[in-house]
Design a protein. Structure first.
Length: 266
């Protein structure tokens, strides 16, 4: 099973990269299922019914979130009603939406996506290590093919999660920092791992936002309104090859496409 996971989409620029390049990527790598982190795709903060539908139309199968999943009020109903979009599972009881979802490729072939959020330099949610272990008891009854999107700030917490779940899930991929890391590998017991998928959006920016207001805030410590940038778009993610019988990963390949660099295009 070939799985494509695209990192945090930021704004319309990121959505356009997915729309333009996803069909080519799926064809080149013979992708079976596509997962995307979408918590920043509506103006940089949250989701809307329209932006979610755009991703499905582009070819996505499962969508994951993070700390910005609830930033757009019109996105709350989507989280409640759509069975293929998830938000961090360790939010408090009663939070709209679901923490994991499955997608059927055929009658006997499924994949599950779990979304979990870190606590280091993040909101003090329930323990992500305990929560994901608890969820796996239920998820593994459905399929051995399980991808965990660990939406976290600290690389130490992400690496620890990778080792914690080694051999228990097919892959642990990090999101949230918007900077792709170069540590992709298959761990000792068959779990593919990368600390951060990277951002799909404008890189002439500070993690997707226009540079000047953020630089000014760092210097003056005074708040400024952040706006999404638009220049120098990239698409970042990974392609994971999974043995669908065992759920073990065979390989993980980092993917980075720059619109302006024709040599990197599929």
């Amino acid at each position: 099973m070939k799985v494509l996971f695209i990192g945090d989409i930021v704004g319309g620029t990121g959505r356009k990269m997915v729309q333009d390049f996803l069909p080519k990527i799926k064809s080149k790598y013979e992708i079976d299922v596509t997962l995307i982190n979408v918590e920043n795709m509506a103006g940089g903060f949250g989701i809307t019914p329209t932006t979610v539908e755009e991703m499905y139309q582009a070819g996505a199968n499962l969508l994951s979130g993070g700390n910005h999943s609830f930033d757009k009020k019109e996105g709350i109903a989507v989280l409640e009603d759509d069975p293929y979009i998830v938000r961090p599972a360790n939010f408090p009881e009663g939070t709209p939406g679901r923490g994991w979802a499955s997608y059927s490729l055929s009658a006997d072939k499924k994949i599950a996506l779990i979304n979990i959020m870190g606590r280091t330099f993040m909101d003090p949610l329930d323990c992500p290590f305990t929560k994901v272990t608890e969820l796996l008891k239920e998820v593994k009854k459905i399929t051995p093919n399980v991808i965990v999107d660990f939406h976290a700030e600290a690389t130490s917490e992400k690496v620890a999660m990778g080792w914690h779940l080694d051999g228990k899930v097919s892959a642990v991929v990090g999101t949230h920092t918007h900077i792709q890391t170069a540590d992709e590998r298959v761990l000792e017991q068959g779990t593919a791992y990368i600390s951060d998928l990277g951002m799909t959006g404008p890189y002439d920016s500070v993690i997707g936002m226009k540079k000047e207001p953020i630089i000014e805030k760092f210097i003056t410590k005074r708040g400024r309104k952040f706006e999404t940038a638009s220049q120098d778009p990239w698409l970042c993610g990974v392609v994971i090859d999974i043995d669908e019988t065992s759920g073990k990963a065979r390989s993980i390949e980092r993917l980075r496409i720059e619109r302006k660099d024709e040599s990197t295009h599929p």
